[in-house]
Design a protein around this ligand. Sequence first.
Ligand SMILES: [Zn+2]
Ligand SMILES: [Zn+2]
Length: 362
Amino acid sequence: MIKISKLLFAASLCCVLALTSCSDEECTQTTWYEDIDEDGLGNPDISQEACEQPIGYVSDNTDANDTGVLTVVDVDETLFLADGSSLTVTLVDCTLSDGSSAKCYEIVTKANPSDHEMGPWCPENISDGEEAGGVWLEGGEIYDVDGAFVENMATFYDDATWKMYDDNGDIFTTETFEDCQNAANPNVGAEYQNFCVECLPSYVTDISNTYLIPATPVKLDTPADFAMMGPPGMAVTGPSNRGIAFNGVVFDAPAPTDAILGAYTLAPFDDAGGHINPNAGYHYHAATGISTNIAQSDGHAGMIGYAMDGHAIYARLDTDGNEPTDLDECRGHYDDVRGYHYHVDYAGNNNFINCLGGAYAE
Ligand SMILES: [Zn+2]
Ligand SMILES: [Zn+2]
């Protein structure tokens, strides 16, 4: 009789003290840390033991600043390589996509990067090495456009129509501004079939592009999609540009590689992931690590620019070569140093980020 009553007492004590898992089965208690700011990171100084995760607590204990106030980092306009002529940055009034009035940075750029060379894009002969050409993005991979790549295109795309070189191995390449205008066009004529398309910096010296980004990013609960390329007149909301590098070159929407290839043209990107369009000038389709990258003191990936919502964009990998594992659908996440920010996609994916977590300038 004594033994039985002791067991009953032990069972009821469990229910009173632990408030969880009062089944006959033993539970394994683990330590949970308070997460007031709901960033998924817990406060190492406030914890409790429990079998199941208590509301407001997480298993992580790395939040040194669990204040309930999320870190918001203003755009640092001094990071832009403004020179007063090719690139200017000015604070102006603006209206954001959530309807709020705000301050924005107006970035006026000639799309002429001051931190690296542009090109080359098309090799001249199928015997040329990789230094003579740029890169191509296909199926999530990045390929050097060297002479051998051009020579191999019929095999690579399993289509015998591809033969972008003559009997001497010389590669058919656009030679003039007119060629570039005609060939860099969705309705490219058959006369440019089997051409390597490159528009040179000397063709676009009059370009001036203006972009607005919020000076203080405003995170929204629902991310904004980017505008899609569609038929003329189709309603589009949201910007199509993803962001801007510190040199004023835009991180553009994915290159329409299917349309380019469908016309039997190849419009390579240079090693920095950019090429020139006669209307928009030089723009990026991939972050290959060549434009200005601002190192972080804590091993976090370096910063490469700002998204159109004013949240910063960082390289994909930290200094140990790891990609963050907690990125959201936009490729963003939060930490107390940088606030909400993005990590750019792998260059081979012809992509930077997937959506905007914050409000953009109308
Ligand atoms: Zn492009
Ligand atoms: Zn990060």
